[in-house]
Design a protein around this ligand. Structure first.
Ligand code: HDL
Ligand code: ZN
Length: 415
């Protein structure tokens, strides 16, 4: 194939990226079989916890008054506060409008009735197809928290999974030996206790292995505080080294560490009440170094951790850096992180995940990221072309497939 012309690079990369089916490696969405665990439709989109936090920057009423409102009234309040009363310039605000626009709504009306009618007219299966097609997403990886009774109940019925949805075993409550986690293990026949006494270590390993296989979970995941340290004199450190890593090694599946969340700094805000602080890269280095037969998917939440995480990935091939997570999933930061990662890691990382909690978000999170990351990649190709090097469309297409799908599956050694 003939090389891409300099003056066409931006347009070629943009087109190829739009045509590249996405593997979204971390989301909170579910297939229809999971019932109302799947959030979808414009009222869920508008009441996303990012927008709740942004609304209370202006709204004086008590938090509980908002949460007591019916969902549609909550959406009306957020729409008025963040869209009618002032310009919607935040990334989450822009995202709502991107979704509405891509779903054919004329946002100039500034009116929710038409988009509500559109959503109300669709069944969930049809809506999943519409969103996946509009977003250009081929498959998503879920966050399956079996310590949530609602989700446990679904898995107990052995749901037939829509192949576009891949499972992951999320273990936050187990890592903290939370009473709900311990009681679930005990109730389901695993003799573990909160002090790791008796056969707890082997029983937690057995639980992890049984559930990884039952769900065919692609990886084990946990969100972790900035204080997360291994090794340290703590039960959490022991559960990681004595339970999680041996099972992940045996099953050849990564441990995904999402590090840097300070949970519920403002508890009444619920999911909107979490924040961020700089975490310890030394723990990532220790784990990658001590456990070369384990694979680690890592994303960190603090901007201050990003350079050291990318440098650490240069040192350890069992470390795969992924995504611009949560408070980093904003154009100004995605731009800086992606340039740095390309410059330090070449194509050996996973640039983005959506973290979508509401199905519709796949549309905006991937539209925004494709545009931004595509522009950066085009610049990088042009920088290299300054040397006389040339690129074909075929080579660029392979690069995009690696960044947005194959790097993940190759790291898992699946597919
Ligand atoms: O722990 C996580 O997986 C985070 O992504 C949280 O779900 C967070 O509330 C979120 O939705 N971030 O985008
Ligand atoms: Zn998440």
């Amino acid at each position: 194939m003939k090389p891409v012309k300099r003056e066409e690079m931006g347009q070629v990369v943009g087109r190829i990226l739009r045509e590249t089916p996405i593997t979204d490696v971390h989301t909170h969405i579910y297939p229809a079989a999971f019932g109302d665990l799947l959030l979808w439709g414009v009222d869920e989109l508008i009441t996303y916890h990012y927008l709740i936090a942004e609304t209370f920057r202006y709204e004086e009423r008590p938090y509980e008054q908002y949460f007591a409102l019916p969902k549609r009234r909550q959406a009306d309040l957020i729409w008025k506060t963040l869209f009618t009363d002032r310009s919607p310039l935040s990334e989450a605000q822009r995202g709502v409008l991107t979704v509405m626009n891509k779903l054919g709504q004329d946002v100039r009306t500034r009116d929710l009735s038409a988009i509500r009618q559109f959503c109300d007219s669709k069944g969930v299966d049809e809506y999943i197809d519409i969103v996946f097609k509009t977003a250009g997403v081929k498959e998503v990886v879920m966050t399956n928290d079996i310590f949530n009774p609602q989700e446990f109940a679904v898995w107990s019925k052995e749901p037939k999974l829509d192949p576009r949805f891949k499972a992951v075993l999320r273990i936050d409550p187990l890592l903290s030996l939370d009473p709900t986690a311990i009681s679930l293990l005990q109730k389901t026949g695993y003799a573990a206790d909160a002090e790791l006494g008796g056969d707890s270590v082997s029983e937690i390993r057995r639980f992890l292995k049984d559930w990884m296989l039952k769900m065919d979970a692609l990886y084990v995941a946990a969100s972790l505080p900035p204080t997360f340290r291994v090794p340290e004199e703590s039960l959490r450190s022991r559960v990681v080294e004595e339970c999680v890593l041996p099972v992940c090694r045996e099953l050849n599946r990564p441990f995904a560490m999402m590090i840097g969340v300070t949970k519920r700094v403002n508890p009444p805000l619920g999911d909107a009440g979490d924040a961020v602080a700089k975490a310890d890269i030394g723990t990532v280095t220790y784990l990658c170094q001590k456990y070369p037969a384990n694979k680690f998917l890592v994303t960190m939440l603090a901007l201050e951790n990003q350079h050291e995480l990318a440098v650490t990935a240069r040192k350890f091939r069992n470390l795969m850096v992924f995504g611009c997570w949560w408070f980093l999933n904003n154009p100004s930061i995605i731009d800086r992180m992606t340039r740095m990662r390309l410059e330090l890691l070449g194509l050996s990382f996973i640039p983005q995940h959506s973290d979508a909690r509401v199905l519709d978000q796949l549309i905006y999170k991937w539209d925004h990221s494709r545009r931004l990351i595509g522009g950066i990649l085009a610049e990088k190709y042009l920088d290299v072309m300054e040397t006389g090097w040339e690129f074909t469309e075929e080579e660029i297409r392979k690069d995009m497939a690696d960044l947005f799908s194959n790097n993940f599956w190759r790291f898992l050694e699946r597919k």
